[in-house]
Design a protein around this ligand. Sequence first.
Ligand SMILES: Nc1ncnc2c1ncn2[C@@H]1O[C@H](COP(=O)(O)OP(=O)(O)O)[C@@H](O)[C@H]1O
Ligand SMILES: [Mg+2]
Length: 217
Amino acid sequence: MIITVASFKGGVGKTTTAFHIAAFLNERGKTLLVDGDPNRSVMKWAERGDVPFKVVDLMGAAMHAPNFEHIVFDTEARPEYEDLKALSDGCHLLVLPTTPDVLSLEALMLTVKALRDAKSTKFKVLLTIVPPRPERDGQEARQYLHAEGLPVFKSEIRRFAAYKKAALTGIPVHEIKAGNAKEAWEDYRNVGEEIVNEHQQVFAGIATSQTSTVATR
Ligand SMILES: Nc1ncnc2c1ncn2[C@@H]1O[C@H](COP(=O)(O)OP(=O)(O)O)[C@@H](O)[C@H]1O
Ligand SMILES: [Mg+2]
């Protein structure tokens, strides 16, 4: 399965999301994480620690892609309007992370407009860095997104300090020792399960092609 993570705005948890979706998929099949950000955020993250899956930059993607069942693309912020169509055409699912604040939601609506203009239906919005209750930001953002008729992941990513520690250490959040690391991983696992459930045909296709590859060897 090919998943791309994109948004017009930086700092919304794009890289964190790409990294942890890749960690989730890697438990089901060999996964490649492609760093499409010229800032090389994932490459730097991976250099700091011991990442359980392969990470390459865009230049390395073509060479490595055939050896992997799943590919996740992290992208740079501020893609050109036209780029979004290409990003959407090149994947099975475009994940659009947004934090539950006005600036992020406005940037998200620009992304969505570009995708709707391009007649893309492959995208799904993920609420990230959601503050704990009693703050109502997450709930209000979800209501707004529903009112706009957007597909939104049922699971959301709560705000946990464990993610910053994971980024500094260079490993996925479930491998660090920090309070809330378990809950933090649980959030991305729920997102991963949602993706698997909704794309069963894609996953079944991968399983079939794996079997036939083995059978023809
Ligand atoms: N759920 C979260 N809770 C707390 N901090 C987070 C969370 N997700 C990301 N962060 C932190 O927010 C900052 C921006 O995240 P990042 O994934 O780099 O965003 P982007 O790729 O969109 O710029 C980083 O310092 C990251 O560790
Ligand atoms: Mg990033």
